[in-house]
Design a protein around this ligand. Structure first.
Ligand SMILES: Nc1ncnc2c1ncn2[C@@H]1O[C@H](COP(=O)(O)OP(=O)(O)OP(=O)(O)O)[C@@H](O)[C@H]1O
Length: 546
């Protein structure tokens, strides 16, 4: 993808903030005007002091103080605006990318490692935002400063002004090559940083597993290897930056020395007054400083173009269909008509010409060996995946609709394993229904055989770690079931929901669940006979047994 597209993406991302950024640039321009007035007042003061011109020292001193005060105020205001815009843009970008990630379609597995997403949302967002809110206004101000100082200098000495500005095209020519190279070097570095973050995040998440596998050394060693790669790439970039910067600085130092010697010569010959010499040296600084600043901004701009590329990749993930949810009232069934499904990039058809009618209010167990496609079937019913052939409908007495993400509101899904998040048990339950009352919470916890919650020292407000750390697997699973039950929806999809429970608890759970979900359609994925015994139908994938 070309540079133009990244810049275009960056431009769109700043919608709503362009005016504040422009305002910040205008404040910067005012600051430059004030600092040029400072040069002029200094020149006047020196000329008056050296009797080259007439005037009041008191008047110009007062003017000087006012100018310094204005410059300080503008500088503080500039800084405030810069940081304010930066925070706003960072929040905006992160919010946009997080929304995108949460609403993105799923094709069987995530396209990005969670550590990589985190790294992009933090570091790349920071770089891009800094470039727009701090560097871009500074570039505008630097260009203005360059232009204004050049005009001022031409009034003092046209020839010297042109010599100073001559460095400019050479500088621009060099910067184009520099930008390109820097962009590639930065992209490699950012990829390595993402890898390191993914490695750390995943390994810390599974610390106990790694300890029990006895692979601590291997995991720590891998971090060392990844860091070595990053170290090498960073050194390469530092070397390149230093070399380029030294080259530019050498050019400018030469310019300054030439200007200085020219002034000394003028004073010696009596053709240049002291005031002009001081103003001249200050103006040379005012021309060279923005050039050096511009040179310093190039690495940041190159880095943020590489970052924009990475952020654009995140924001380009296709989204799920959005719109008004389609809720069916009363007992709801699912009709599957001759569906076939292969995972993207897969060669094996996981589901082949499968048909079944889950009639409203029925209970069905889906059984089958490992890897036969039970969870895949549930994902298809949830419209997380789409069959390449055939159709799935949900229906009640009045209507029948083809399923889509918009019909997901009719489903209550309890996934395999422990899916608790960090926070209190209440926080976890409210994910099922944020408006649930205390009584509703108690009811679902009872149905899910999770009354133990009220026996904990902090009851329903007990804080759990990631994945419900602090609870047993079975307890966590019961809370996950309770969370699912809080959700409205007449079709319950329960994937190995009782796998961590003992037989007695499982039986109690099934009895309570069935008595509480009389008109609902229940679909269980299970390896347990106890669960299958409570069902009207058993599907061994592709084969109806009862
Ligand atoms: N994201 C994916 N990409 C490609 N193939 C996949 C993906 N997820 C699952 N599969 C394949 O699809 C097949 C069915 O997987 P699925 O998870 O539906 O099996 P399952 O019957 O639920 O197994 P289990 O009883 O172990 O949970 C497996 O062979 C698996 O390798």
């Amino acid at each position: 993808m070309g540079l133009k597209q990244h810049i275009h993406w960056l431009w769109n991302a700043t919608e709503g903030l362009r005016l504040p950024i422009l305002f910040n640039s205008i404040t910067g321009i005012l600051r430059v005007c004030v600092s040029l007035s400072f040069v002029w007042v200094c020149k006047q003061l020196i000329d008056i002091a050296s009797h080259t011109t007439d005037g009041s020292i008191g008047y110009y001193t007062a003017l000087l103080i006012v100018i310094v005060a204005i410059e300080l105020s503008l500088s503080a205001w500039n800084n405030y605006l810069e940081n304010k815009n930066d925070i706003c843009l960072k929040n905006k970008l992160r919010h946009k990318l997080f929304t995108n990630a949460m609403l993105s379609a799923w094709s069987g597995k995530e396209g990005f490692h969670s550590g990589d997403i985190l790294n992009r949302m933090e570091e790349d967002v920071r770089l891009v935002s800094e470039t727009f809110c701090k560097i871009l206004p500074s570039v505008i101000v630097a260009c203005f400063q360059l232009f204004a100082a050049f005009l001022f200098l031409t009034r003092l000495d046209t020839q010297m002004a042109w010599i100073m500005i001559f460095i400019m095209p050479v500088f621009l020519l060099l910067s184009k090559y520099y930008m390109k190279r820097m962009r590639y070097l930065t992209k490699d570095i950012r990829t390595s940083e993402s890898r390191i973050q993914s490695h750390i995040q995943e390994k810390i998440q599974h610390k106990v597993l790694i300890q029990t596998l006895g692979q601590n050394d291997m995991v720590i060693g891998k971090l060392g290897l990844l860091q070595n790669i990053l170290y090498g790439q960073s050194l390469k970039r530092i070397g390149f930056t230093l070399f380029s910067r030294t080259l530019v600085m050498a050019g400018f130092a030469t310019g300054y020395v030439i200007a200085f010697l020219w002034g000394v010569n003028g004073i010696y010959e009596g053709s240049v007054p002291f005031g002009v010499m001081t103003a001249f040296l200050q103006l040379v600084g005012q021309i060279q400083r923005p050039m050096v600043d511009l040179g310093g901004y190039i690495p940041s701009i190159a880095q943020s173009v590489a970052s924009a590329e990475r952020l654009k990749e995140l924001s380009d993930i296709p989204l799920e269909k959005q719109g008004v949810q389609l809720t069916l009232d009363g007992s709801t069934g699912i009709r599957i008509e001759n569906i076939s499904f292969t995972y993207p990039g897969g060669t094996r058809q996981v589901i082949q010409g499968f048909s079944f009618d889950f009639i409203p209010g029925s209970r069905t167990a889906i059984i089958g060996e490992t890897g036969t496609g039970k969870s895949t079937l549930i994902r298809l019913i949830l419209s997380l995946l789409y069959p390449q052939k055939g159709k799935i409908y949900i229906y009640n007495r009045q209507q029948e609709i083809v399923i889509s993400p918009l019909t997901r509101c009719n489903m209550v899904y309890v996934p395999q394993g422990n899916t608790l998040l960090s926070g209190t048990i209440r926080d976890n339950l409210l994910l099922g229904n944020p408006d649930a009352t205390e009584e509703e919470l108690r009811n679902v916890l009872t149905t899910a055989v999770a009354e133990f919650v009220y026996g904990l020292p902090d009851g329903i407000d007990t804080v759990c770690g990631e994945k419900g750390a602090g609870l047993s697997e079975g307890q966590a699973q019961c809370i996950c079931i309770a969370r699912g039950l809080l959700r409205a929806g007449n079709i319950l999809l329960l994937d190995e929901f009782s796998s961590s429970l003992d037989k007695g608890t499982e039986q109690l759970l099934m009895e309570r669940l069935i008595s509480k979900t009389k008109d609902k359609t229940l679909i269980f994925i299970t390896h347990r006979e106890t669960v299958a015994e409570y069902c009207d139908y058993i599907i061994q994938l592709g084969r109806k047994e009862k």
